[in-house]
Design a protein around this ligand. Structure first.
Ligand code: HEM
Length: 208
């Protein structure tokens, strides 16, 4: 009879196998640009995290700019634009190819959770800029969260927002993305919908 040790052993051997992470063959349909969008999202996220770590090393006073910090801040800003841009295109691709099919529901769910966590991660980043725009956003969003009964999330508290943006949310997002990609590697990329020919009687019915 299967027990937890056996099922964990089976799962770990699949997740940790070289075949899972370094496949030598790839289905033909997965070789197009549309199937690269997830990797482009993940690559933007790596640049985002590295530039973020470099800025965090300067502490919360990083807005005292010099040329190098300005460059890193710009890299952080543009990689977040790329991250959301590619994530939206990836989301459209997985939607239009029905990528939740064939037992990929959890992959879909993890992607959706990553998307939902990415929003407050980016938003808290805007807030810690500390300028008037950030303060206005913090006050408005605080009203919204108060109305939702989430008063403990104090958007006016720069320290709390700094911790959320620099540690808590990116860590959670990293874990969710890692699980998403692990799931993609073990379940593989979804095959295209079956080709429906116009002469097919069932499709003719659908057209009527
Ligand atoms: C943080 C953002 C995300 C990253 C880094 C990411 C990364 C990836 C990667 C690398 C793949 C492999 C195939 C490909 O590149 O197209 C993939 C597949 C997949 N993604 Fe995402 N993804 C993200 C967000 C999402 C979202 C928002 C959804 C849907 C709500 C989603 C659903 C899926 C599904 C169902 C697959 C597996 C099936 C397939 O590729 O056909 N992902 N993802």
């Amino acid at each position: 009879m299967a027990n937890w040790t056996q099922s964990s052993k089976r799962m770990l051997s699949e997740v940790m196998s070289a075949e899972t992470w370094l496949p030598t063959e790839m289905p033909e349909y997965a070789q197009g640009f549309m199937y690269m969008l997830g990797s482009l999202t993940a690559s933007s996220f790596v640049v985002l995290v590295i530039s973020g770590i470099l800025m965090a090393m300067n502490g919360p006073d990083v807005w005292s700019y010099n040329g190098a910090v300005r460059f890193i801040a710009a890299t952080h800003f543009w990689s977040v634009q790329a991250f959301f841009f590619f994530m939206m295109l990836h989301l459209w691709r997985v939607f239009f190819t029905g990528a939740w099919r064939g037992g990929r529901g959890l992959t879909w769910l993890l992607g959706a959770v990553a998307f939902l966590i990415a929003i407050p991660t980016a938003f808290t980043g805007f807030l810690i800029n500390g300028d008037l725009y950030a303060q206005w956003n913090a006050v408005q969003a605080k009203d919204g969260l108060n109305a939702l009964g989430l008063g403990w999330v104090n958007l006016d508290n720069a320290g709390q927002m700094f911790g959320m943006h620099v540690v808590v949310l990116p860590l959670v997002l990293t874990v969710v993305i890692a699980l998403h990609i692990t799931r993609v590697r073990t379940k593989s990329v979804v095959p295209p919908y079956p080709d429906v020919k116009p002469s097919d009687s069932s499709s003719a019915k659908a057209v009527k």
